[in-house]
Design a protein around this ligand. Structure first.
Ligand SMILES: O=C(CO)[C@H](O)[C@H](O)COP(=O)(O)O
Length: 227
């Protein structure tokens, strides 16, 4: 699996050119990309490339790898954003947010000229929600009310607990995460909008109609899906 992740991360480097502003995603697959990008910059193969991190993880990794970072409010535009995903359906709709960074990821990826997604073949599903819950970032005081409201959608929601901290996961923005399991997601775009209409929801992990290109690491090589 790590080999497949490394292969898509290497392939993604072909999309990066001098003078680009690059959105830097979160997670283990993107971590390889950031590392390889840093190497190219340090070796002088790429010039004037800056990264806009989607999380503290991406920021720390970029600094460590030699990718100069800038904030979203310092750039006029983002040329390309590169990130992983938890599920990808045949229409390139995604579930993201296992790493709890979905809000900044969506803000940056929505604004990118091209949103390039890196996955291994285990992430491909026929319908979103088949294997993974939909993460929802919520204002802490509202978590219980929102968890109850989610039941209207024929779903159950669980507060995500931390593993190396007592209590719930707290996001980079200081919020909680609910992981919602839906009986069936027929219309990802509709559900994405509906969830964001609930007061107290900051953002949810359905990324419908945002991805432009998905690179899929398979045992037969890297495949490309495009809209
Ligand atoms: O959405 C994410 C973080 O919020 C990640 O991009 C997603 O979970 C994929 O991660 P990985 O490449 O480690 O499987």
């Amino acid at each position: 699996m790590e080999e497949l992740k490394r292969a898509v991360a290497k392939e993604a480097l072909r999309f990066i050119e001098d003078d680009m502003i690059v959105g830097l995603g979160t997670g283990s697959t993107t971590a390889y990309f950031i590392e390889y990008l840093g190497k190219l910059i340090m070796e002088g193969e790429l010039e004037d490339v800056y990264g806009v991190p989607t999380s503290y993880q991406a920021r720390l990794l970029a600094l460590e790898s030699g990718v100069p970072v800038v904030g979203l409010d310092e750039v006029d535009a983002i040329d390309i954003a590169v990130d992983g995903a938890d599920e990808v359906d045949p229409n390139l709709n995604l579930i993201k947010g296992r790493g709890a960074a979905l809000t900044m990821e969506k803000i940056i990826e929505y604004r990118a000229g091209t949103f390039l997604v890196l996955v291994d073949e285990s992430k491909l599903v026929e319908r979103l929600g088949q294997r993974m819950p939909v993460p929802i970032e919520v204002i802490p005081a509202a978590w219980r009310a929102i968890a109850e409201e989610i039941e209207v959608f024929n779903a159950t929601a669980e507060l995500r607990m931390a593993s190396r901290k007592d209590g719930p996961v707290v996001t980079d923005n200081g919020n909680f995460i609910l992981d919602a399991r839906f009986h069936r997601i027929d219309d990802p775009l509709d559900l994405e909008i509906e969830l964001n209409n609930i007061p107290g929801v900051v953002e949810n992990g359905i990324f419908a109609d945002i991805a432009d290109i998905v690179l899929v690491g398979t045992k037969e090589g890297v495949k490309r899906m495009e809209r």
